[in-house]
Design a protein around this ligand. Structure first.
Ligand SMILES: C[S@@+](CC[C@H](N)C(=O)[O-])C[C@H]1O[C@@H](n2cnc3c(N)ncnc32)[C@H](O)[C@@H]1O
Length: 279
């Protein structure tokens, strides 16, 4: 029987497993490992904020090609990275080998982690768990695998920041299943506390920015339409007319966020960095 999301909205009744398998195809399209070059720095900041140290057991949930996992491994932690796209995990393994650090990359769904209760000192998820369609289950899993007094550290795009606006625009062209809470709700502290509430204490919560630098909005769009599964797949699904309209609106949005004053394009993409202690 299909899982439903009655706990998120009374009216929603979505086949979440079907949706998730479509989303998995989306994340496997293009090559997210190339896109992830832009967010190496937030992984370093997240590990610093979570005080990742040598010998700590660290899990990076929805690790992709391993940005936050590798940052933790560089600090000498004992690291596992999980994701449901095997090709991205292969990139993570190659990166770990090149840096001569050890990371155990495993295929897993972040809504059903094949990991024991309380088995990690620090659980990270950078722009990752926020994309699970069953937000409550994903949040429950982060808490479950973290040990008591351990830390959960998250980086989530905010709804009003650049990526929140890109995803909102995408939803205008490819409407998501009715009743789903947008992933960028994880970029709001009150929503996170509703999901995790009562089981965690907030240690730190702040807005940060990841920079995306290109020569122009066209250059940005060409890159993301080639490598970023969500945009690539949206373009594939639209007819010519709608594709042109979506492309034009994406370029406009990118220009609106452009902070470069001397030519080129620099977008400061806002995200919420949160460090929590499991009670
Ligand atoms: C925006 S990427 C971020 C990847 C990585 N954390 C980083 O910061 O580079 C989102 C990642 O979440 C993964 N993901 C989304 N839903 C997932 C799920 N239900 N289980 C496991 N991984 C998932 C995707 O495969 C993708 O690698």
């Amino acid at each position: 029987m299909a899982t439903t999301i009655e706990h998120q909205t009374r009216t929603a009744s979505v086949d979440l497993e079907r949706l998730k398998s479509k989303q998995r195809e989306v994340w496997g399209a293009g090559d997210f490992a190339v896109v992830a070059r832009h967010t190496v720095f937030p992984g370093e900041l997240l590990c610093e904020a979570a005080d990742v140290r040598a010998g700590k057991r660290v899990l990076d949930v929805a690790t992709g090609s391993g940005n936050a996992a590798l940052s933790a491994a560089r600090r000498g932690a004992i690291v596992t990275g999980v994701d449901y796209v095997p090709e991205l995990l292969d990139w993570g393994r190659k990166r770990a080998a090149a840096e001569q650090v050890a990371v155990d990359f495993e295929e897993a769904d972040c809504e059903a982690l094949p990991l024991a209760n309380g088995s990690y000192d620090i659980v990270l998820s950078m722009f990752g768990a926020m994309f699970a369609p069953d937000q409550r289950r994903a949040a429950d899993e982060l808490v479950r695998v973290c040990c008591q007094n351990g830390r959960i550290a998250l980086a989530n795009w905010t709804p009003d920041g650049f990526w929140g606006r890109v995803f909102a625009l995408q939803s205008k062209y490819i409407p998501p299943a009715a009743g789903l809470t947008p992933p960028t709700a994880w970029g709001k502290e009150d929503h996170l506390l509703r999901l995790l509430g009562g089981r965690v204490r907030v240690e730190r919560c702040r807005l940060r920015y990841a920079d995306f630098s290109y020569t122009s909005a066209e250059d940005w769009l060409e890159f993301f339409a080639t490598y970023f599964g969500p945009i690539l797949k949206a373009f594939e699904r639209l007819d010519d007319h709608m594709r042109r309209a979506f492309a034009a609106e994406l370029k406009d949005l990118t220009e609106q966020f452009n902070s470069a004053t001397d030519g080129g394009l620099v977008v400061h993409a806002e995200y919420l960095e949160v460090v929590l202690t499991k009670l």
